[in-house]
Design a protein around this ligand. Structure first.
Ligand SMILES: [Zn+2]
Length: 314
C-alpha cells in the first residue's frame, strides 16, 4: 500500500529503502508525485520513536557546541530582539546563547530523556533571560496566540510525524509577521545522490520526513507562511555531512567519527575501534579538504547536504 502525502495529500511513489540495524528491519521511503516531499512509511510507533533518543543522544554543551552556536546566532543577528521559542532545544545551548544576547528565550523538547538530562546538567547554568523550558509536544504547551517573534527548528522538523499540525500551531503562536527558521537535511542533495544509504544526514530511523527546498517551500506556503530566504551554506552541517558520508562509503564503522565526537563510543574500546581510528586519522589529510571542496561546490550549486530557510507568517 502506498501512503498519501503528509503535506498535500497527493499520491506517492516508492522512493528508497534501507535496512536499519536499530530496528532490525528495513525502512521504506515514499515520495509525493506532486510536492516531492519524501517520508518514511509506515512510521514507527510512539514508544519506538522515544527509544531512538536514549541518554546518549544528548551531550553536555562543550566548547565545540558553543562554537557552533555562534554561527546560528550570527545568522539571526539581523532580527530585532524579542521572544524566541527553540523547538527541539536538546541541551538548550542555543536557547541559552540567545538569552545572553538579550532574547527572552523559551525551549521545548519532546523526549523524557532530555528532561532528565536537562534537570541534572543544564538547569543550574541557564541565563536569567531563559523564561521557560518545557518537555512536551508543541500542541500541548498551550502558549498564547501571537506570542513569539521567532520560532526556530534546528534539525528538528525531520524528526516529527505531523508537520502540518506542527505548522498550524506555529502559525497560531507566532506574532503577525513573526519569523520561522527551519534547518533540515536536503534529500535532493548531491550527497544523497552520491552516497545513497551511506549519506550521513539520512539518519534512519530518526529522520522520518525528508525535505528539499522545493517541498518545504510548498508546505510552508500551504500553511500560511512566505519564504523570505534560503541559505545553502552551513559550515556547521554541510562539510561534516560529506566528511562522514565519505568514511561510511569507504566501509568504515558506521558514523564512527561522529560517534567519537559525541562521546558515544571510545576509539580504544576494541581492536576494531582501534583499527578504524588509526585509518580514520591516516586519511584525515585527504578527506578534510576534499569534504570542504565538495560541500562548498554542492552549496554553490544549491544542492547542499542541509539548508536553512527563514519564513514569515502572512
Ligand atoms: Zn505532496
Amino acid at each position: 500500500m502506498k501512503p498519501f502525502c503528509l503535506s498535500c495529500n497527493s499520491e506517492t511513489s516508492f522512493f528508497f529503502e534501507k535496512f536499519v540495524p536499530e530496528i532490525n528491519s528495513k525502512m521504506q521511503l515514499f515520495k509525493c508525485t506532486k510536492c516531492s516531499l519524501v517520508f518514511v512509511f509506515p512510521f514507527p510507533d510512539h514508544k519506538q520513536i522515544q527509544s531512538f533518543y536514549d541518554s546518549n543522544y544528548y551531550e553536555k554543551p562543550g566548547f565545540l557546541v558553543f562554537f557552533l552556536q555562534k554561527f546560528r546566532v550570527r545568522k539571526l543577528s539581523f532580527l530585532p530582539k524579542g521572544k524566541l521559542l527553540d523547538v527541539g532545544c536538546g541541551n538548550c545551548s542555543f536557547v541559552n546563547v540567545m538569552a545572553k544576547k538579550g532574547w527572552q528565550s523559551f525551549g521545548l523538547d519532546f523526549s523524557s530523556e532530555s528532561e532528565k538530562y536537562f534537570n541534572k546538567m543544564v538547569k543550574p547554568e541557564l541565563d536569567s533571560n531563559v523564561k521557560k523550558v518545557l518537555f512536551k509536544p508543541l500542541k500541548q504547551a498551550n502558549f498564547e496566540d501571537d506570542f513569539f517573534d521567532l520560532i526556530t527548528y534546528w534539525h528538528v522538523l525531520e524528526h516529527l510525524t505531523d508537520p502540518v499540525l506542527e505548522l498550524k500551531e506555529v502559525k497560531r503562536i507566532l506574532k503577525p509577521k513573526g519569523k520561522l527558521l527551519i534547518a533540515v537535511p536536503n534529500i535532493e542533495s548531491f550527497s544523497f545522490k552520491l552516497f545513497g544509504k551511506n549519506w550521513f544526514h539520512l539518519d534512519l530511523p530518526r529522520h522520518l520526513i525528508h525535505f528539499s527546498p522545493e517541498s518545504l517551500t510548498k508546505l510552508l506556503g500551504s500553511q500560511g507562511f512566505k519564504v523570505e530566504k534560503i541559505n545553502y551554506y552551513s559550515f556547521e552541517h554541510n562539510p561534516f555531512g560529506v566528511f562522514q558520508s565519505l568514511y561510511n562509503f569507504l566501509g568504515f564503522k558506521w558514523n564512527f567519527f561522529h560517534n567519537i565526537l559525541r562521546k558515544r563510543i571510545s576509539p580504544f574500546s576494541s581492536l576494531e575501534n582501534i583499527v578504524n581510528f588509526v585509518f580514520t586519522l591516516l586519511l584525515l589529510p585527504i578527506i578534510i579538504p576534499f569534504s570542504f571542496i565538495l560541500a562548498y561546490l554542492f552549496s554553490f550549486l544549491k544542492k547542499p547536504d542541509t539548508f536553512e530557510l527563514v519564513a514569515r507568517k502572512v
